[in-house]
Design a protein around this ligand. Structure first.
Ligand code: FE2
Length: 427
């Protein structure tokens, strides 16, 4: 029987379909462009190969083409060839996931991964901050991801994908030394793995090493396909470091070339959150952001996220609406909170409304109420520094420099000395 790169049996009689499938899975795990096209080639080589259709659906989901993804899942279910138990389960979990039955999908995925830990395409759905655990909204989701990647490790050995995911989990749980060891092993096996480059960037960030980070990422990004699903987000990381170094021209160049909605090819969740985040962090660093850019990203948020859903998205949408002074759009987020993290989103949204109105004391009070466990909102530590630095900026506006410095040392000690907030590092 033919097998994939992880030695899972594949129900296809076609060598070409297998080869295209293996390449497609690696493109997905490595954050490269051309994922759905490669799965489509596998489908073309063997239209009865169910997992090729499932992979195509997953690739289309990464491209935000949900109607096409659902059609591909229907095509997978309609294939007539025999399937292994793993393939049946693989199809079933993606059917749940792509049809939006997330809670059922999560339960089915955990069972599937326990039985088939080397089914990387399924394992991948839970392995990073952008996965099902990461966006669960539950307390303790960061150590839960680390426990998950730790459970995968013995099954993968020296595999660049699994090593990179474990490194990310270690990084987000504050263990930068161990994270560095694992990401070095991953990148030694595959230096052009975008997920690996992303994790490497996070480790540089958490270690307070912007010079190393910007040098690494600037080189890494040069040959990276703009259609790779991490292109916009890696550009956000690079733009943050340019801002940190006071290189505002390069930051704007990154924003205008790679991050804004009309230039990025990323998913709306990344386009919205990365754009709103870098714009506000620029404002916090003392850079003036033209209001029309805020209006553009506010409209983008309303278009792609007309209702509340994931807390991480909701807070960035609220920020954009507040800065664009779109009271109605912001009120929709406050009045219709998502059921999982709405208790955090509401005070954050109201805090940004207060900050936009320069009511720094009220905004501080509101934001503080959400700081206890803002990890539930989702996103990485680096992304949630938007909240940390927003609070510091508001304290500085009230002349509370000592409090701001103590807070940074208490909550983000690795970033002491940062230039992320105007006036903070001057003392
Ligand atoms: Fe990131």
């Amino acid at each position: 029987m033919r097998r994939d790169r992880y030695d899972n049996p594949l129900s296809t009689q076609s060598d070409a379909a297998r080869d295209h499938y293996i390449r497609a899975v690696d493109l997905l795990l490595g954050g490269h462009a051309g994922i759905s096209a490669a799965f489509q080639s596998a489908v073309d080589a063997d239209p009865e190969f169910a997992l090729a259709h499932v992979g195509l659906a997953r690739g289309l989901q990464f491209e935000g083409k949900m109607a096409d993804a659902k059609a591909a899942m229907s095509a997978a279910a309609a294939t007539k060839g025999p399937r292994t138990d793993r393939e049946d389960s693989h199809l079933a979990v993606f059917d749940l996931l792509i049809s939006g039955r997330t809670a059922e999908a999560y339960a089915a995925i955990r069972t599937h991964v326990t039985e088939h830990p080397r089914d990387a395409l399924v394992a991948q759905t839970c392995s990073s901050v952008f996965g099902l655990i990461g966006f669960s909204g539950k307390p303790g989701r960061e150590p839960e991801i680390l426990a998950y990647t730790t459970s995968l490790l013995p099954h993968y050995g020296e595999d660049w994908w699994c090593l990179s995911q474990h490194a990310f989990a270690l990084c987000e749980n504050g263990n930068q030394d161990a994270a560095t060891t694992y990401i070095d092993r991953s990148l030694a096996l595959n230096a052009r793995n975008a997920n690996g480059a992303h994790v490497r960037s996070h480790i540089y960030y958490e270690s307070g090493a912007p010079e190393l980070g910007i040098a690494y990422l600037t080189d890494w990004l040069k040959p990276y396909d703009r259609a790779g699903y991490l292109h916009g987000h890696l550009s956000w990381h690079a733009a943050l470091w340019s801002l940190e170094q006071g290189d505002v021209d390069t930051m704007w160049q990154r924003i205008e070339t790679d991050i804004l909605p009309d230039v990025s090819q990323g998913l709306p969740i990344n386009v919205l959150t990365d754009t709103a985040s870098i714009l506000y962090r620029a404002e916090l660093a003392g850079v003036s952001v033209p209001r029309e850019i805020w209006i553009a990203i506010s409209r983008y948020a309303s278009r792609f996220f007309p209702t509340t859903g994931i807390g991480f998205v909701d807070i960035h949408a609220a920020l954009a609406h507040a800065m664009a002074d779109d009271a109605d759009a912001l009120m929709r987020i406050v009045s219709e909170p998502n059921p999982v993290t709405g208790d955090l989103v509401t005070p954050v949204a109201e805090a940004y409304r207060a900050f936009a109105a320069q009511d720094w004391a009220l905004g501080t009070e509101l934001l503080v109420s959400a700081m206890g466990d803002h990890a539930r909102l989702g996103g990485s530590r680096a992304q949630r520094d938007l909240l940390e630095f927003s609070l510091l900026g508001a304290l500085l506006k009230q002349g509370k420099e000592d409090e701001a410095r103590r807070l940074l040392a208490l909550r983000r000690p690795g970033l002491v000395g940062t230039h992320a907030v105007h006036g903070l590092a001057a003392h």
